[in-house]
Design a protein around this ligand. Structure first.
Ligand code: OGA
Ligand code: MN
Length: 293
């Protein structure tokens, strides 16, 4: 088997084949997969057969395995280790066996409401609907680069508040208690690539700290509409056995509607991230203006 990495769409995403993630990886294969994740932002491994242990072992290659953030009891109970989330609408005695059970979910980045947003999220498909329940991924590097100059200038140096209520899939519809909130720069420097990413999302971002409420709301609407344009988005239609891994520091993801009558179950793990610094946009402009200094 030889490792093959093929782009999935012009926006982002690559399909990775020729590797069995249920087996330990050699150093070179791991290095190429890690680089593909940084280059393509989303990597799709079709046709994998992964136990919980296999998924945790692969996840752990990229850093510390992320813990769940919420304080309330998990719907998963002790059916999976506390580092694993089941994303599922399957119900036993009327109660979901997993988290984020139903319906369309707005764009967001996992853990954006904490001091250290996730580095990567890994979702492994077990049961998927015949139609719907696709996951959308938006390229936030491309969204930053294509941002109109007035917004690039206005928001350089600004910060945004990110908020999440447990289990919520739509803003202004808190399904559970506050899970957390944190303020990050609007334009972050990706810790591994150094590239600038537009770190706001429709589900989680509530305000731009430096702007008055009306202006903040208007600017955020523009940012959300901009970053969700099809030119930045890849839509993944799931097949059981797909493992999809994405970089939460330079992508947002969302979920399309699916019927309540369809079974959907995916297994999620995450890699812990680090605090995010502001992109060095102003400094770069200053260097250009004073090339000698
Ligand atoms: C997640 C998530 C989307 C989906 O697991 O973090 O947002 O398609 N899932 O279920
Ligand atoms: Mn998510």
């Amino acid at each position: 088997m030889s490792l093959k990495i093929e782009p999935l769409s012009p926006q982002l995403g690559a399909r990775v084949t020729g590797v069995d993630l249920a087996k330990p990886l050699d150093g070179e294969t791991f290095r190429r997969i890690h680089q593909a994740a940084l280059d393509h932002l989303v990597v799709v491994f079709p046709g994998q057969e992964l136990s919980v242990e296999d998924q945790l072992r692969f996840t752990g290659l990229f850093g510390d395995i992320g813990a769940r953030n919420r304080a309330t009891p998990l719907p998963e109970g002790d059916s999976v280790p506390p580092t694993v989330m089941l994303v599922s609408n399957i119900r036993v005695d009327g109660k979901p066996i997993g988290s984020l059970p139903d319906g369309e979910m707005m764009f967001h980045a996992d853990g954006a409401y904490t001091e250290t947003p996730k580095k990567f999220t890994l979702l492994y498909a077990i049961d998927v609907p015949a139609t719907g329940g696709n996951t959308l991924f938006a390229n936030l590097y491309a969204a930053y680069e294509a941002l109109p100059d007035d917004l690039k200038r206005k928001l350089a140096g600004c910060h945004a508040e990110q908020v999440f209520y447990t289990g919520s899939v739509q803003k202004d519809d808190p399904l559970g208690p506050l899970t957390g909130s944190w303020v990050h720069p609007v334009f972050i420097e990706h810790p591994d690539t150094g590239r600038t990413s537009l770190f706001v999302s429709r589900l989680m971002t509530t305000r731009i700290v430096e702007l008055a409420e009306d202006e903040s709301n208007a600017v955020l609407e523009r940012l959300f509409d901009h970053e969700e344009k099809p030119e930045f988005v890849y839509e993944h239609a799931w097949t059981p056995g797909d493992l999809v891994m994405w970089d939460d520091r330079c992508t947002n993801h969302a979920r399309t509607h699916f019927a309540k009558t369809e079974r959907r179950q995916l297994r999620r793990t995450t890699v812990s991230g680090t605090a995010l610094a502001a992109a060095k946009i102003k400094q770069a402009a200053a260097v250009e203006a004073h090339p000698g200094g």
